[in-house]
Design a protein around this ligand. Structure first.
Ligand SMILES: Nc1ncnc2c1ncn2[C@@H]1O[C@H](COP(=O)(O)OP(=O)(O)OP(=O)(O)O)[C@@H](O)[C@H]1O
Ligand SMILES: [Mg+2]
Length: 354
């Protein structure tokens, strides 16, 4: 448990008399301490009596009990003071920077490690090779991998704008794609990004406080899983729709269903363009014509038909894809390899579906 995680949990506690805003947003969380097996949270109430004080303290306790591992020692106190200042003006986001972006597509998965970032990066490169204007925002605050996969780790992200509060990130251009990752901006000298303690603020900055310019596609590599951070992301970013990445195993169906439901829930109701079956079969480097179905055959095909979404593509498990990711040179850059063609085909189908 770290503080950032706890701040994310606390966003569930809403103040019913203040437009249902969260106690985090209202600046009422005065301090959070998390040490081995214990969490202490102090809520700050303004000088005048708040009839909902006991309710909010109780709701905060309940929220922590819901999320913290069993046996955690939890205490919530309250103090009286002026609430911490809400986010400065510059952090009140608007959608201005997305004005010239035609399609915003979330790349999601029900669970981690299925190759979501690999697919997102190669899909971006493949779309760019087909002449589309493409950007990719790496919204994985917990494990941003786009800088490594594109060989852009350590680059200095430029900022433009009249002053610090109104400045914008300039994405890194490489391989014909505009990239920006939480990993690019959380380095030294880029304090702006973590000024708000919440991971979801960082995400919104990556997407909304960036000079994307005109794009046909902005892909968003979403963090793995289907938690609060996703809900907040889907709520705040006007996504056009989503692509769900999975591996073919039978057991992955429940995860994929969770991913799909995130977008299908009536309040969100965004189209899912399709499923990408990654690691659909294994092909050894020295036997490019062979296919071994390590995780079972056609799992992705069955899942897609059970969930009633199109199967957008099947990507093989090949050593070159992993090597390309580690070296920062996505395989989709090469012309004739079968794995590069799989990404090119995926890009064509996605563009047609959108
Ligand atoms: N088709 C593939 N063939 C070979 N290796 C792959 C393939 N897809 C992904 N990998 C490798 O698997 C690992 C996990 O992939 P990746 O980081 O893209 O997954 P992810 O779903 O984004 O993970 P996370 O949930 O941590 O964000 C990486 O080392 C990547 O290079
Ligand atoms: Mg990833």
């Amino acid at each position: 448990m770290n503080k950032e995680e706890i701040y994310v949990w606390l966003q569930e506690v809403r103040h019913p008399a203040k437009e249902d805003k969260s106690i985090v947003e209202l600046g009422m969380v005065s301090s959070v301490d998390a040490a081995d097996g214990s969490i202490r949270v102090t809520l700050a109430f303004p000088g005048r009596p708040d009839p909902l004080k006991n309710y909010l303290v109780g709701a905060t306790q309940a929220c922590l009990y819901r999320h913290a591992p069993g046996g955690t020692d939890i205490s919530v106190d309250s103090i009286v003071k002026d609430p911490a200042k809400p986010a400065p003006k510059g952090l009140q986001f608007n959608l201005e920077q997305l004005r010239e972006v035609r399609h915003i597509i979330g790349i999601a998965s029900g669970k981690g490690g299925v190759g979501k970032s690999t697919v997102a990066v190669n899909l971006a490169v493949a779309l760019a090779k087909q002449g589309f204007r493409v950007g990719l925002a790496d919204a994985d605050v917990y494990g941003p991998s786009v800088p490594t996969m594109t060989g852009t780790e350590g680059v200095t992200i430029e900022m433009v704008g009249p002053d610090e509060e109104h400045s914008l990130f300039v994405p890194v251009e490489k391989y014909g794609v505009k990239w920006l990752s939480v990993g690019h901006v959380s380095g030294a000298g880029q304090a702006l990004i973590w000024r708000g303690p919440m991971a979801s603020t960082a995400l919104k900055q990556i997407i909304l406080q960036t000079q994307w310019g005109p794009l046909d596609f902005l892909l968003i590599d979403m963090p793995p899983g289907t938690g609060d951070i996703h809900i907040s992301l889907i709520g705040d970013i006007p996504m056009t729709g989503a692509v769900i990445v999975t591996t073919p195993q039978e057991v992955a169906l429940a995860d994929v269903l969770r991913g799909v439901n995130m977008f299908r829930n009536p309040q969100v109701n965004k189209p899912i363009y399709g499923l990408v079956e990654n690691m659909a079969w294994f092909t050894p480097a020295d036997h490019p014509d062979e296919k071994y179905y390590l995780f079972g055959r056609d799992g992705g095909v069955r899942m897609a038909s059970e969930l009633d979404i199109p199967l957008l593509g099947q990507i093989p498990l090949v050593q070159g894809i992993r090597e390309g990711a580690d070296a920062g040179t996505p395989v989709a850059l090469s012309a004739d390899r079968p794995d590069a063609q799989a990404f090119a085909e995926l890009a064509r189908r996605l563009a047609a579906a959108v």
